[in-house]
Design a protein around this ligand. Structure first.
Ligand code: ZN
Length: 263
């Protein structure tokens, strides 16, 4: 992940995407540059966490301005730790879903996280995009695999041509779970170390994508742990449940749209 400073914000992107799908704009907002105070300092984009509504509004405004996205063209997911995925064609809040898919250019899909993984899947031939919130529950319910199937069934996507990008999330060293929870996951993504069970959610996402036919070299990873990097990220686990949220924002840029300001 490469970081760009824009208007005081720190915005991450995947450099490899430029050559794979130049029309896909995908960014991760880090903590700096927002209006919120402790424990939400400072670019908290999540609502209903205890932060002031005026701060959240201002933070969202700053991010969308930096990314050049009109607020009415932003779609958000309710994110209830399920595996429902909606096909969307306009902005707004989609309650009851943890992911959405679209072929509409210029429609931005935002996923909100603080330890869970944001996952974006894009297929250049069909210009089909999905953005998902993948936590432990969503992973267990197979949301990543469901998204690939949906892209295939609804948009004719051939998984071998699809690209996936996994944003920052909690690493296996930081993510301990109860034994009975660990046992619900395949052996390859759980381990017992230091007296506790650990889950590797990112490895689980990668396995799910490979199972659905994606190519390993087309799965990109930010490789950054939210809990290990307090300067950059909020972490629900590290911060004891009282913390902010990041947004990962994906949009298919319409042909002929002006270049991003930092390109
Ligand atoms: Zn970590």
């Amino acid at each position: 992940m490469e970081w760009i400073a824009v208007d005081g914000l720190r915005i991450g992107r995947f450099p490899a995407l430029g050559a794979m799908a130049a029309e896909l704009s995908l960014h991760v907002a880090a903590r700096p540059g927002g209006a919120s105070g402790p424990p939400f300092e400072s670019l908290n984009l999540g609502g209903s966490l205890g932060d002031r509504v005026s701060n959240i509004r201002e933070n969202r405004r700053r991010l969308l301005a930096a990314l050049g996205i009109p607020a009415r063209r932003l779609a958000r997911a309710g994110q209830i730790h399920g595996a429902e995925i909606a096909i969307v064609s306009r902005g707004g809040l989609y309650r009851g879903v943890d992911g959405f898919a679209t072929r509409v250019e210029g429609l931005a899909l935002a996923i909100s996280t603080a330890d869970c993984y944001p996952l974006v899947i894009y297929s250049p031939p069909e210009r089909a995009l999905a953005a998902l919130h993948v936590g432990r529950m969503g992973a267990r319910r197979g949301i990543a695999g469901r998204a690939v199937k949906m892209l295939r069934d609804r948009f004719g996507v051939e998984p071998a041509y699809a690209i996936a990008a996994i944003g920052p999330g909690i690493c296996a060293s930081c993510y301990t779970v109860e034994r009975n929870e660990a046992m619900r996951f395949p052996r390859a993504v759980r381990r017992f170390a230091g007296g506790a069970w650990h889950l590797d959610l990112e490895a689980h996402v990668v396995r799910s994508l490979l199972d659905q036919g994606l190519e390993r070299n087309r799965i990109l990873s930010a490789g950054l742990c939210t809990a290990c990097n307090p300067d950059l990220f909020f972490s629900h686990r590290r911060d004891g449940g009282v913390t902010g949220r990041h947004w990962t924002v994906a949009v298919i840029r319409p042909p002929g749209s002006p270049p991003e300001r930092w390109r």
